[in-house]
Design a protein around this ligand. Structure first.
Ligand code: SAM
Length: 284
């Protein structure tokens, strides 16, 4: 948005919101989450922060920022409001098709013979991505799926936003949200109350995790989905995150990233690109 357009929008705003307020918010968000909020995003930032300003009963964003500086919970609520959580069931479905063809036969065999399988949906938002992943892998034969789910299969699903994790854990979605689940899978895994089967929910550990912070996980994963979050990061943040993801992946494991994301040159050396934004780890 141009400066003139921003001023025009500003004159219609309920709360005072100066460029310095935007800069202060952008700094907190970048320092904490790595998300870039350039000046052109001022209107989006205002739209997301205004409900918090109203809830706190103050008259301007600068007053609100004084509260945020002293109150960690409100700071958390502001950060939560500023994350973009857009997702859907079977989004970029080619990743799950690749996983089912390339990885699942071996992993299912491993599970059936008592081995362990570890998957990670990093930045899982409200849960559509990890539920899709398991539905795609397990298919619509519930008895066979039940046998596999008795094995040592865990899908770790993490996000920094507590509110989306609450939705993910509940596993209840609107009919419109469930529209993109293929009919057979929907009939198998979603009940009449539009809630995902507890068998799937129990196989997933939903946990809060900032991708920029420390990671408590010790073992390596057989496959990682880290999709549509790196678009918000600058190049050094992306490269560092991708290196850490590679370290946490088994050699022979798969990394799936979002359609507009690319691996940085150094990290790309450890992978072979085997499909659309689908990378096989070939070097430790
Ligand atoms: C656009 S959604 C993508 C969801 C899903 N991966 C997909 O592709 O459909 C991006 C998610 O990244 C999360 N996120 C943003 N910054 C993060 C960070 N530093 N650490 C962990 N999650 C983050 C947001 O809360 C949001 O839920």
């Amino acid at each position: 948005m141009s400066a003139a357009a921003a001023m025009a929008a500003g004159s219609r705003r309920e709360f005072d919101f100066a460029p310095a307020d935007h800069q202060a918010i952008a700094k907190i968000v970048y320092d904490t989450l790595g998300i870039l909020l350039p000046e052109g995003k001022a209107q989006l930032v205002y739209g997301r922060v205004a409900p918090r300003v109203r809830a706190c009963g103050v008259a301007s964003v600068s007053e609100y920022l004084r509260i945020v500086a002293q109150d960690d919970e409100e700071r958390g609520r502001m950060l939560d409001a500023l994350t973009t959580n857009h997702t859907s069931f079977f989004r970029e479905a080619h990743h799950f098709e690749d996983f089912v063809e390339r990885m699942w036969p071996t992993l299912a065999q491993r599970l059936a013979s008592g081995g362990r399988v570890r998957l990670w949906s990093a930045a899982c938002s409200s849960g559509e991505e990890p539920y899709t992943w398991l539905m795609a892998a397990l298919g619509s034969d519930k008895n066979a799926a039940q046998r596999l789910l008795k094995g040592d299969l865990r899908l770790l699903a993490t996000d920094v936003s507590p509110s989306v994790l609450d939705t993910a854990r509940a596993g209840r979605y609107s009919a419109d949200t469930l529209r993109t689940v293929p009919a057979k899978l929907r009939a198998t895994w979603v009940d009449s109350r539009l809630t995902v089967d507890p068998l799937l929910r129990d196989a997933i550990s939903f946990r809060p995790l900032n991708l920029l912070g420390p990671w408590p996980m010790k073992g390596r994963f057989d496959a990682i989905c880290c999709r549509n979050v790196m678009i918000y990061f600058d190049e050094p943040t992306k490269a560092k995150l991708q290196g850490r993801l590679a370290d946490h992946l088994e050699t022979g494991g798969m990394l799936y990233i979002g359609h507009s994301e690319r691996l940085s040159p150094d990290v790309a050396k450890r992978f072979e690109c085997v499909g659309r934004t689908a990378y096989l780890k070939v070097r430790a």
